[in-house]
Ligand binder design. Structure first.
Ligand code: PEP
Ligand code: MG
Length: 332
């Protein structure tokens, strides 16, 4: 049975992510290490929706220089010739720590993390931005900022990006000057303020892993409260719906790149809410594509309307399971 399932996923890799009534979606891969890129490209991923860059620092005592980073980013870009590769700037802090002199904090998930740390350490941040601008000569690189809560962070990051480009000009190093800049929507603040952020960014990517954690006040790494950590919570779903709507209003593309995007249970719902870009661990692409290719957009919209009328996550999950089983009986 496993061999048959494997062969089916292989077959799906070369097929489009399109509903039976012709809605074309884009499924991209999440990549944590440059070495994963070649495999991800064989799974049918149309680019990378989230390349995490913490591998460059986690568990290491020194920060990588611009050259090392450039080579790592370039490798991924070249594996996805012609497709978008969205590279996230350092999301250090929280659960992703370098070795050594990183401050210990009472609440690291609410502390000196991600874009906050990068804006406080502009030298380190500019080295990363320069490496990204250089890698962008080789393909469709887009830059994404993690853990944004306020517009000021985006504006300051944009200034540093422009400064980084000027530094490369001064040094005479080949690079692309203009690269799309987007943000992860992974805090309730960013989700609620999506309309305010939209005019200043080129894209949104909803990071459901953190968005769930911060919305529900449930530590994503704490097993004791793991039972409370649920993508189907109506408050989480309302935020996701609102971000997708804010993106549609401003013509800013919206993706989901948290684990939820790779769970077939949520595919109908996300599709019905108007999501057109998904990014997930590449082995999940086949199953999600199967759901997409077995439904109509109209059906997905009906499912989403029903789901948004429910009061509890249990109702949501039960209904989604039933509706998905109707189109793919063997899915769960
Ligand atoms: C997320 O928060 O959903 C996300 C994709 O980022 P990470 O899991 O790396 O925090
Ligand atoms: Mg996150």
């Amino acid at each position: 049975d496993e061999e048959i399932a494997e062969a089916e996923l292989q077959r799906l890799a070369s097929l489009e992510a399109v509903t039976t009534d012709g809605e074309r979606l884009t499924l991209r891969a999440n990549v944590d290490l440059p070495e994963e890129a070649d495999f991800a490209a064989t799974t049918g991923a149309e680019g990378v929706g989230l390349m995490r860059t913490e591998f460059l620092v986690v568990g290491r005592a020194t920060m990588p220089d611009e050259e090392e980073q450039y080579r790592a980013y370039r490798r991924v870009v070249e594996a996805f010739d012609g497709h978008a590769v969205i590279i996230r700037t350092y999301d250090i802090g929280g659960d992703k720590l370098p070795v050594g002199a990183f401050p210990s904090e009472p609440n690291p998930f609410l502390g000196w993390r991600a874009i906050r740390m990068c804006l406080d350490e502009p030298e380190l941040f500019r080295a990363q931005l320069r490496a990204l601008l250089r890698a962008a000569q080789h393909g469709d690189v887009r830059i994404m900022l993690p853990l944004v809560i306020t517009l000021d962070e985006v504006l300051r990051a944009r200034e540093l990006l422009e400064e980084s480009a000027r530094e490369l000009v001064t040094r005479g190093v080949p690079h692309r000057t203009s690269v799309p800049l987007g943000v992860m929507v992974e805090t309730p603040a960013a989700a609620v303020a999506a309309d305010t952020l939209a005019p200043h960014v080129d894209f949104f990517s909803i990071g459901t892993n953190d968005l769930i954690q911060y919305t529900l006040a449930v530590d994503r790494t704490n097993e004791r409260v793991a039972g409370l950590y649920c993508p189907a919570h109506p408050a989480v779903l309302a935020l996701i719906r609102d971000v997708i709507r804010a993106g549609l209003r401003s013509s800013v593309s919206v993706s989901v790149c948290g684990e939820m995007a790779g769970e077939p249970l949520y595919t109908l719902l996300l599709l019905g809410l108007g999501l057109t870009n998904f990014s997930m661990n590449s082995p999940d692409i086949g199953e999600v594509k199967k759901v997409i290719r077995s439904t109509t957009l109209e059906h997905a919209r009906q499912v989403a309307r029903r789901v948004m009328s429910f009061d509890s996550e249990r109702q949501v999950m039960h209904f989604l399971r039933e509706e998905t089983r109707k189109i793919i009986p063997e899915v769960f």
